[in-house]
Design a protein around this ligand. Structure first.
Ligand code: DOR
Length: 460
C-alpha cells in the first residue's frame, strides 16, 4: 500500500473510545506522518493541517476482520485484492486477514510473495494472511512453518474449511506451531473433504452414515452431518494444551462448542490462563451465525448455504450470551464471495465486510447487549492481540488506523451498492442503524462518507 499525500490531520471533537488505552471521552486526535501524534482536548490546528470535524461521531481504533476470503489469484471473477479491500474500508475495516484457500493455496513463501506484490499494488487497507497448515491444503503433509513464519504477511496458519483429521498430524502441527510461535486458526467443521479423508471406504457425499462414521472413528460419538464441530474443538483444545500451542477457533456455531470452549478457558491448568499470550485459546463468531438460523431464508425463499451451516435458534441465543459473557474473543465476517451461478450450484459462503459493523451495532450495541467499547474490543483490539498485529489501539505513536462511526445513521443493506464483486449477502434488505463514515489507514483517509478515495463510487 502506498501512502501518498500524508498531510497532517486533526480529527476534532469526536467521542474517542479505545479499550486498549481506556480512552472514553470527547477529545481531538492529531495525526502526523501516518501515526497518532497527540490526543488532547481542544488542539489548535496549525497551518497545513487538514481539520476533520468528528463532532457527534465515535472515533475508534481501525476495525480488523480476522477471517476474510480475497479470492485472488485464480478466482478474480469472485473477488480481488482491490474489490475486497474497497469493501473492507467501506465497512470501516482498516485491516483484513485473509484465508489460504485461494487457487492455488497460500502454502509456500513464494505464493505469499506473489500475494504481497498484489497487495502492495492494489490494497486500500492492510492485508495479512493465514498460510495453509498442509501442502496444497491436502491434509497430508505439513507446510514449512518456519519458512512461512518468516514471511511478513503471515500471522497464523489455517486449513480453511477443513479440520486436520488425523490426530497425529494435528499434534505435530500444534507442536511446530508452538515452537515457531504461530497461532493456529482452526476450522473445526466436518466438511465433505474431512469425511473423504477418514471414510475412504464409503461412497462420497455428506450422508448421515458417513458423518456418523467420521465421528465414531474419531471417538466423538455418533453425529449428524456437520455436527462434529464440538468433537474437533475438544480434540484440538486437548492437543493445544498438551503442546502449549495457541489456537483460535474460527466461526463457532453450536451451543455445545461454546460449552467446551468455556470449560477450557476456565481450566486454570491450561493455556486459557493467558487469553492473549502464548498458549492461548481464543474464538470468533460471525454475524450470520449470531443472527440467522436454519429457518432463515434469502431471496426466492431459499435457505442460506454456508459452512458451518446456520444452526437452531437456541444455538444463536447461546452465541449471543457468549458474546455478552466474554467467552467470544472476536467477531469476524468470514467474507466468502461467490458469483450467483456458483451459489445456484450450491457453493457455501456469505459475504459480510460491508455489513458486519452495521449488524453488530444494530443487533448488539443499540439494544444494550454489549457496549460500543465491547464491540470495538471484539472487532479491533482483540483481533490485533490474537494475531500479533501492530494495530488495535489509538495509543500515541501507533499507526493512525482509525474508524469514525455515526451511531445514529440509518441505512438499508442493498447489495447492488456493494464494493465487493459478490452479492451473496444474507442481510440484504435489513434496516441497520450505525455505519462507518470515515476509514483512515496509516494516516490516509481511504473512505469518507461512502466515497472511496480514487474510486469515487457513492454509497447512498
Ligand atoms: O461457507 C464457507 N465458505 N465456509 C468456508 O469455510 C469457506 C468459504 C469459502 O471459501 O467460500
Amino acid at each position: 500500500m502506498t501512502l501518498l499525500n500524508l498531510q497532517p490531520l486533526l480529527l476534532k471533537s469526536g467521542h474517542v473510545i479505545d479499550p486498549a488505552t481506556g480512552l472514553d471521552s470527547v477529545t481531538d486526535i492529531l495525526v502526523k506522518k501516518g501515526r497518532i501524534s497527540l490526543i488532547a482536548p481542544d488542539i489548535t490546528p496549525e497551518e497545513g493541517e487538514e481539520v476533520i470535524d468528528a463532532g457527534g461521531k465515535y472515533v475508534v481504533p481501525g476495525l480488523i476482520d480476522c477471517h476474510v476470503h480475497l479470492r485472488d489469484f485464480g478466482e478474480c471473477q469472485r473477488e480481488t485484492i482491490a474489490s475486497g479491500t474497497r469493501a473492507a474500508v467501506m465497512g470501516g475495516f482498516t485491516t483484513v486477514i485473509c484465508e489460504p484457500n485461494t487457487k492455488p493455496p497460500l502454502d509456500s513463501p513464494e505464493r505469499l510473495e506473489a500475494l504481497r506484490e498484489k497487495v502492495e499494488r492494489e490494497a486500500l487497507c492492510r492485508v495479512y494472511a493465514k498460510a495453509a497448515m498442509t501442502r496444497g491444503r491436502e491434509g497430508e503433509a505439513l507446510t514449512d512453518f518456519k519458512a512461512l513464519k518468516g514471511h511478513p504477511l503471515v500471522v497464523a496458519l489455517s486449513e480453511d474449511g477443513n479440520p486436520i483429521v488425523e490426530e497425529q498430524l494435528m499434534r505435530e502441527a500444534c507442536r511446530q506451531a508452538a515452537n515457531h510461535q504461530l497461532p493456529l486458526s482452526l476450522h473445526c467443521e466436518d466438511s465433505g473433504f474431512s469425511l473423504s479423508k477418514i471414510c475412504r471406504d464409503r461412497p462420497s457425499g455428506l450422508s448421515s452414515d458417513r458423518s456418523k462414521d467420521l465421528s465414531l472413528r474419531l471417538g466423538f460419538g455418533p453425529r449428524e452431518p456437520f455436527h462434529n464441530e464440538p468433537g474437533f474443538i475438544a480434540r484440538d483444545l486437548r492437543l493445544a494444551q498438551e503442546t502449549e500451542a495457541s489456537v483460535h477457533i474460527s466461526h463457532v456455531s453450536l451451543a455445545e462448542s461454546i460449552q467446551i470452549i468455556e470449560e477450557a478457558k476456565k481450566d486454570g491448568k491450561g493455556p486459557a490462563l493467558h487469553p492473549c499470550g502464548a498458549g492461548r485459546i481464543t474464538c470468533e463468531v460471525t454475524p450470520h451465525h449470531l443472527f440467522l438460523d436454519e429457518a432463515s431464508r434469502g431471496p426466492h425463499g431459499l435457505p442460506f448455504t454456508v459452512n458451518p451451516p446456520l444452526r437452531k435458534k437456541e444455538d444463536c441465543t447461546v452465541l449471543q450470551k457468549a458474546i455478552k459473557g466474554g467467552t467470544i474473543d472476536a467477531i469476524a465476517s468470514d467474507h466468502a464471495p461467490h458469483r450467483e451461478e456458483d451459489k445456484r450450484a450450491g457453493a457455501p459462503g456469505l459475504i459480510g465486510l460491508e455489513t458486519t459493523l452495521g449488524v453488530v451495532l444494530t443487533r448488539l450495541v443499540h439494544p444494550g447487549i454489549i457496549s460500543l467499547k465491547e464491540a470495538v474490543r471484539l472487532m479491533s483490539n482483540n483481533p490485533a492481540r490474537i494475531f500479533g498485529l501492530g494495530g488495535g489501539s489509538l495509543a500515541v505513536g501507533s499507526p493512525a488506523d482509525i474508524t469514525v462511526i455515526d451511531m445514529e445513521r440509518e441505512w438499508i443493506v442493498e447489495g447492488k451498492r456493494f464494493q465487493s464483486l459478490a452479492r451473496n449477502c444474507p442481510f440484504e434488505g435489513w434496516r441497520l442503524k450505525g455505519q462507518a463514515v470515515l476509514t483512515m489507514v496509516g494516516g490516509r483517509v481511504v473512505m469518507r462518507e461512502g466515497v472511496i478515495k480514487g474510486f469515487k463510487r457513492l454509497r447512498v
